[in-house]
Design a protein around this ligand. Structure first.
Ligand code: R5P
Length: 287
């Protein structure tokens, strides 16, 4: 059965290891709407689409929906999608009545548009590492960057204590300890809404230790910056940060450096100056 790898303009680097991969034609109309054309016939083929949904998650999700629908209309045998960082994965439950559970909406739409499997990395709502999962009818094959990230930092800080800033990412710390994080009220940052970190405690002895903090993502950096400060305040020697996805909003990287972090590393799920682990290499066996 023929396999066809397709990629969009923001996933060219992800397609580099797949000779013969074809780029989806994508343009913008003057009003900002997207024009999409699938350059290859898909009927009966095992199609794999490589696409990033970040930055501009809303626009890139709509583009993904249009591409999927155009492929699905040609009746491929299967239609798998690699999105390294899945947007809206943190909106997986409602905290206040009436809030949208957007993770379900995104997954349900992907399924309805013909996606037979979503391949992704350290998806926030999965919280358990590599494996096959299901959400809103969508089959999800999740990979974790934890081993690759820890292998890199392990060379710089052999024997470091590996911790996660909260329970949700404890699977990434491979049995290491977690800090206890309490989220607070919604706040504003750069005109956008985010939930503040009310409290972050380290109930373990950090004094004199090298510590690696690992998390699924660094967004505003509130969690990591607070974690670094708490650990430094508790006498930690060197503190390193690793995350699968580095969004680094509002100068989060600068704030981490100011807080005294030794080094920060992420994958290339969202390309940044600290992308040290290739996202495509992590999932290669699935494509
Ligand atoms: C939360 O549960 C996640 O695992 C991350 O800790 C969090 O989303 C990071 O966001 P921020 O960088 O804005 O604190």
């Amino acid at each position: 059965m023929a396999r066809l790898v397709l990629f969009t303009d923001n996933a060219q680097d992800l397609a580099a290891g797949f000779p013969g991969a074809a780029q989806v034609e994508m343009k913008s109309f003057p009003d900002g709407e997207s024009y999409i054309r699938i350059p290859e016939a898909c009927r009966g083929k095992e199609v794999v689409l490589l696409h990033r949904c970040y930055p501009s998650p809303n626009g890139n999700l709509i583009r993904l929906f249009l591409v999927l629908d155009a492929i699905h209309a040609q009746s491929p045998k299967s239609l798998r999608v690699f999105v390294p960082y899945l947007p809206y994965a943190r909106m997986d439950k409602s905290v206040k009545p009436g809030e949208a559970i957007s993770a379900d909406t995104v997954c349900a739409l992907l399924r309805q548009l013909g996606c037979t499997e979503l391949i992704t990395i350290d998806c926030h709502f999965i919280k358990s590492g590599a494996g096959i999962h299901e959400r809103a009818g969508l089959r999800i094959r999740n990979f974790t960057a934890a081993d690759a990230l820890l292998a890199q930092l392990g060379k710089k800080a052999p024997g470091a204590l590996v911790i996660s800033p909260d329970q949700g990412a404890s699977y990434m710390a491979k049995g290491g300890v977690s800090m206890s994080k309490v989220r607070g009220e919604y706040g504003e940052m750069g005109g956008a809404t985010y939930r503040k970190v009310a409290e972050l405690k380290a109930d373990f002895n950090a004094k004199g230790k090298d510590i690696i903090i690992i998390d699924d993502m660094i967004s505003t950096g509130s969690t990591m910056v607070k974690a670094v400060k708490v650990l430094k305040g508790a006498g930690a020697k060197k503190v390193f940060c690793a995350a699968a996805h580095g969004l680094f909003l509002n100068d989060a990287l600068g704030k981490l450096v100011e807080a005294g972090v030794e080094e920060v590393i992420c994958t290339s799920s969202i390309p940044s100056p600290v992308s040290r682990v290739g996202a495509a290499a992590l999932v290669k066996e699935a494509i």
